[in-house]
Write a protein that binds this ligand. Structure first.
Ligand SMILES: *Cc1c(COP(=O)(O)O)cnc(C)c1O
Length: 357
């Protein structure tokens, strides 16, 4: 075994299995799944596990990540609306991009013409989350403009919910999207093959009794990789949470007097307050690599107190047997995972279920 800390232990069997469960659920409702890989910095091994699990393509927000994935020979979707300055790279690297800005779409058209390509786009509609997207009232004007562009193929409408304001996908929102699809199809005189409904937060709706989805594509990252429902963080009955674990090494353990009042920084430490002796540990990882509040200790007795740039402080008073040199394991939320997976200081170790215990 290679000793290196901190690290992400990545169980590819679990990620493949989570993917397969979600793909099957979606398929039973006529929905294709694009696997979203940005939460792990475009990691190619995880991408392969998603493909084995049955995703129809891969999506990422960043072109550099998509470029790495090109050799996997599956359709690649750029999730973040493109930068004007990168239009040419978008056409070269992505098979399909999500868009909301006409000047960008115009530029994509020109670059596609110069490369003798037709670039596919999905027009994003803002159904209330107030991140990217055209407002519903402006949608048909956009479609009318886009249909004049020779090297752009509008293949669908899409929406993104629960990302910024936390507006959740509901049947109402989906009906609103359906109305716009019908209007757009009327203008174009053809069917739009893709209605791209959203992200992980759309999955719970698929389990609702009697729900017939309007969308035929979802872009899913978090629930595949972490097994977690969005936004609650609970697991689904058919997903597993331990696809990725973070491990960090204990470098100090001491009993220390600790203010019962929480203090953050030393500006307002008040030594006159009641002090309690607690068993405190320091782990060799910090906010360069993780977000402390997004760490969930696998050993339930451990409490995460907080982090500075390179130190994570934990309370070990209620756990036995943890010693200096030991590894402590955590599950992560999405933003902590994002940071860990893109920190050059955190090593990645891949295994399959059958490789261990
Ligand atoms: C990140 C992202 C997704 C995937 O979100 P998850 O919550 O990880 O499923 C889907 N669509 C877009 C546009 C995104 O930016």
């Amino acid at each position: 075994m290679i000793l290196a800390n901190p690290k992400l232990d990545i169980n590819l069997s679990i990620i493949e299995d989570n993917t397969r469960q979600i793909v099957q659920l979606a398929k039973s409702k006529g929905i294709d799944i694009f696997g979203v890989i940005k939460g792990v910095g475009g990691d190619i091994e995880i991408a392969k596990a998603m493909i084995l699990g049955g995703v129809v393509g891969l999506g990422d927000s960043r072109l550099d990540n998509l470029k790495k994935l090109k050799r996997l020979k599956v359709p690649l979707m750029l999730l973040r609306i493109p930068m004007l300055s990168q239009a040419k790279r978008v056409v070269k690297i992505a098979d399909i991009s999500l868009n909301s800005q006409l000047e960008v779409i115009d530029r994509l058209d020109k670059e596609a013409a110069s490369l003798n390509k037709v670039h596919k786009i999905i027009l994003m509609i803002d159904l209330g989350d107030r991140r990217e997207g055209v407002l519903p009232k402006d949608t048909l004007n956009y479609v009318d403009e886009i249909r004049t562009l020779k090297n752009i193929r509008l293949v669908g409408l899409g929406s993104n919910l629960a990302c910024f304001r936390g507006v959740l996908p509901t049947e109402d929102k989906m009906l609103q999207l359906m109305e716009l699809v019908k209007g757009a199809e009327g203008l174009l005189g053809r069917k739009l093959p893709i209605i791209s409904g959203g992200n992980s937060s759309s999955l719970p709706l698929l389990l609702k009794e009697g729900y017939t989805p309007i969308t035929n594509q979802l872009r899913v990252g978090e629930t595949i990789i972490l097994g977690r429902k969005v936004p609650s963080g609970d697991k689904f009955s058919f997903t597993k949470l331990d696809g990725i674990k973070l491990k960090a090494e204990v470098i100090e353990i001491k009993n220390k007097p600790v203010n019962s009042d929480k203090v953050n920084g030393d500006s307002n430490v008040n030594n006159s307050l009641d002090e309690e002796i607690r068993r405190r540990g320091i782990l060799a990882i910090g906010s360069q690599d993780i977000e402390a509040k997004g760490l969930i200790p696998c050993n339930k007795g451990i409490i995460v107190e907080g982090a500075s740039s390179d130190h994570l402080i934990v309370d070990l008073t209620n756990v036995q047997g943890v010693m200096v040199g030991d590894e402590v394991s955590f599950r992560l939320n999405y933003s902590s995972l994002l940071r860990a997976a893109t920190s050059p200081y955190v090593k990645k170790f891949y295994y399959r279920e059958d490789d261990r215990d």
